[in-house]
Design a protein around this ligand. Structure first.
Ligand code: 6A9
Length: 784
């Protein structure tokens, strides 16, 4: 009897173990992954690199002490406030080599890295880093500037204890600084070699909060300075440290090599041999070889039609090197604003997405070091031409972030470090909001190249299996837009999620469109039709159609995409819905009045939520809105041109060329403005705290698409061919000249460029879509 009874109890428990409790069984849809095999589980992608991508990996990095106005300053992560004169990758191949130059006042640091997979190396391979520090000659007699303090650290995010090597003693008989072991890499050792004189001091820490490392080191140094008057780490450590920081102090100029070895066979004399091959003269040789290969590949991938001058070439190389060098691996959970259906409990405004990893390029290392959905499509326009595998790898990761509804969160804030860079109001992602499906821009390019047999056969096969695997996700993505972002009229779309209650904004923003404050209908409503979204849908349908053709999918869906593309590109329909004859331009449609303005209003104490009345800038609507075309000329009005929807013979094409080339609308000597000077919103603030963003300044991503269409029309037979060619040449020259000039003057690529003087604005070291200037130099556009 007892036997049966215990058996029953056991069954009962097992039943509960395998059957999740009731609440869990209802995971909200919004955080339910798309139910299909993950793209990243494709064997071809999984085994792509001998690089380690692990949510908790072994990481290494460099800090140094900068000297400014006679003060010591700790440098670690890219921070604009550090005011380096310039920094960034001059070379980087995205895989196993890079060279970076950082100019910090009188000090110039150059770092290079190289990865090497030898027979004995563990998973992840070996790598080497060369650090070269120079001080401006004339300053060499100033004590503070003469000595360089570098802090090289290694940290194990999984918390494994690291051991100190004997290289920390000052006789440098042995070069091992640290050792450890992990399941993924096996045993490992870190060596330091230099023929210059140097001192090494260290600190060891045990903490899971690796993103606070700068503070830890700074506190340690501060205490030493206060107690002993020394700028020196204390040579002490917590028990079983998972972080070791090595301070290397030396008189400049100084050159040192750090070698990381991994794998089973870490026994001398093998180790010595391996260390020598990754340091000193052999390393110099390998770095030179890699640099030449980079230059060679640059020439091959971005073959310039006309001879570019040396300076432009340098900017072009910096563009691709920084885009590749900025690629990151992130891991964490997005915070999703709780859909209304789940009811808001106080203090519980979000729900976490499933833990996920993302391999992606970023718009800007110091300002926006994380993935942005629509930025990524533009980044990949460059990256696929450089290294198709990196491109597929990145797109695969993005597609795997799709939920069961076909939605992909726009801004990816994954992990504590990423989160530490984002102001609170931007953290939550809204599952009702989209962002332009620019990944279709890349896929469109890639499929076009496939059709023209431009890939080697084996690569072509890989791309096909990638597309096969991705297809259901792309379909779901298309469907998400097609259903959730559709408008009232058939074949119309609008960006959902605009705020129709705000009284603070001159024109309620449309963050989901990517064009943030670009003016739309003054009164958001379900009757809107957004021209840009319609054109993105055409791209998506077109692209789905060609992928179906390529994969010989004889599904009805394939047909349907073709039909959708046909309807969306129907010229008469487009004109009926969006063309304004008086302006000769394409516009959004919606509930709109031009008669709105911001004015100061005294707000009663109670209303303002304080004890005193306050002055606030609020919106005044002077005239009632009506349903009409929204008369702003700017990037949005050029979308049908960008998608090449206008027949080359049409007089409307001539009108578009007029708008583009006219100085009182869009033309400047530095590129095309985002909004025409004639627009009522031109360079208007949106709120007291929101200066104009997409209301005048020049942005490279849109200029690239417009330029690429000018190039297209310059080749199509028709009465405006010559004119398109002339405008194309001028616009191309202007864009290149201005970006190069700004780089010369400031040492940086910028987020946008001012439309009056062409001056770089917004975030600097913005090597996201501003890097498209390289494709403009190379005249690389979609030619299908
Ligand atoms: C603000 C502030 C240190 C705005 O390039 C990324 C995006 C684009 O996708 C978008 O089209 N940028 C463009 O209008 C930057 C957005 C930054 C939002 C978060 C955080 C932190 O400052």
């Amino acid at each position: 009897g007892l036997g049966v009874f215990t058996f029953l109890i056991a069954l009962f428990f097992i039943y509960h173990l395998i059957q999740p409790p009731h609440e869990d069984a209802q995971i909200p849809r919004v955080v339910t992954p798309f139910p299909a095999p993950k793209v990243m589980d494709l064997p071809m992608l999984y085994t792509l690199y001998y690089m380690i991508r692990n949510p908790q990996s072994l990481i290494a990095g460099l800090m140094w002490i900068g000297v400014k106005d006679g003060r010591y300053l700790m440098r670690h992560v890219c921070q604009d406030a550090d005011e380096l004169n310039t920094y960034g990758w001059t070379h980087h191949n995205g895989r196993d080599y890079g060279h970076q130059v950082l100019v910090d006042q009188e000090m110039t640091l150059a770092t290079s890295f190289l990865k090497y997979k030898g027979n004995n190396s563990g998973y992840g391979g070996d790598w080497a880093v060369r650090i070269d520090v120079q001080t401006e000659k004339s300053k060499l007699n100033e004590e503070m500037l003469r000595t360089a303090h570098l802090f090289f650290y290694v940290a194990d995010e999984s918390g494994n204890a690291l051991r100190l090597g004997r290289g920390v003693t000052n006789d440098h008989q042995d070069s091992v600084l640290a050792l450890g072991s992990r399941t993924d890499v096996g045993g490992w050792e870190l060596h330091l070699k230099s023929t210059d004189n140097f001192e090494v001091h260290y600190s060891g820490f045990k903490t899971p909060h690796i993103h606070n490392l700068s503070e830890l080191v700074q506190e340690n140094l501060g205490a030493q300075a206060r107690n002993f008057g020394r700028l020196q780490l204390p040579d002490t450590s917590d028990d079983s440290p998972n972080i070791l920081v090595f301070q290397i102090s030396a008189t400049t100029p100084f050159k040192g090599d750090i070698a990381f070895l991994s794998g089973a066979e870490l026994t001398s004399p093998r180790v010595e041999e391996r260390v020598s091959s990754l340091t000193g003269t052999p390393l110099t040789g390998q770095l030179n070889k890699k640099q030449n290969e980079f230059d060679e590949k640059f020439r091959r991938c971005f073959n310039q039609a006309d001879k570019l001058d040396l300076e432009s070439m340098t900017v072009g190389k910096a563009a691709i090197a920084n885009l590749l060098g900025g690629i990151g691996y992130f891991y964490g959970q997005s915070k999703i604003s709780l859909p209304k259906a789940y009811g808001h409990q106080p203090g519980n405004k979000f729900i976490s997405y499933w833990p996920a990893d993302l391999y992606t390029a970023v718009p800007s290392r110091p300002f926006f070091p994380r993935g942005f959905l629509w930025d990524e499509g533009f980044h990949q326009l460059l990256i696929w031409r450089w290294d198709i595998h990196i491109c597929l790898d990145i797109i695969g990761h993005w597609l795997d972030l799709m939920n069961i509804d076909g939605w992909i969160p726009r801004e990816q804030i994954l992990g504590a470090e990423a989160l530490s860079k984002v102001p609170e109001e931007f953290v939550l992602q809204h599952s009702t909001n989209g962002n332009p499906p620019t990944l279709f821009l890349v896929l469109h390019d890639v499929v076009c190249s496939m059709k023209r047999n431009e890939f080697a056969a084996n690569i072509s096969d890989e791309i096909s299996s990638f597309l096969e695997r991705s297809f259901v996700r792309l379909e779901a993505w298309f469907q998400w837009f097609n259903t959730t972002q559709s408008g009232k009229d058939p074949n119309s779309y609008f960006w959902h999620g605009r705020d129709n209650e705000t009284i603070r904004e001159l024109n309620p923003k449309t963050l989901s469109s990517g064009l943030d404050d670009y003016p739309r209908a003054s009164h958001p409503s379900g009757e809107e039709r957004h021209l840009d979204l319609r054109c993105w849908m055409l791209l998506a349908a077109d692209c789905m159609h060609s992928i179906s053709e390529l994969l010989l999918k004889e599904s009805e869906l394939g047909q349907e995409y073709g039909l959708t593309a046909k309807v969306l590109s129907d010229f008469d329909l487009l004109n009926q819905m969006h063309f304004d004859h008086a302006h000769g331009a394409y516009f959004d449609y919606g509930n709109h009045t031009e008669q709105v303005r911001l004015s100061w209003k005294i707000v009663e104490a109670v209303e303002a939520g304080g004890n005193y009345p306050s002055r606030e800038l609020v919106r005044e609507v002077v005239e009632n809105p009506i349903l009409r075309l929204v008369p702003h000329i700017g990037y949005v009005s050029l979308f049908p041109f960008m998608r090449r929807m206008i027949p080359p013979q049409s007089w409307i094409l001539e009108k578009q060329l007029d708008l583009i080339s006219n100085r009182s609308t869009l033309w400047t000597d530095f590129g095309l403005r985002s909004l025409a000077r004639t627009s009522s919103m031109y360079m208007k603030r949106n709120t007291e705290h929101d200066p104009p963003y997409w209301r005048g300044p020049i942005w490279m991503n849109m200029n690239y698409l417009i330029l690429s269409s000018l190039h297209h029309y310059a080749k199509e037979d028709g009465p405006y061919r010559e004119r398109a060619k002339i405008i194309y040449d001028d616009l191309r020259d202007n864009l290149i000249r201005n970006v190069v000039k700004n780089y010369r003057q400031t040492g940086y690529l910028w987020e946008q460029y001012d439309q009056k003087k062409g001056k770089g604005k917004g975030a600097r070291l913005f090597t996201g879509w501003t890097s498209l200037v390289l494709l403009i130099m190379a005249e690389a556009y979609n030619e299908c």
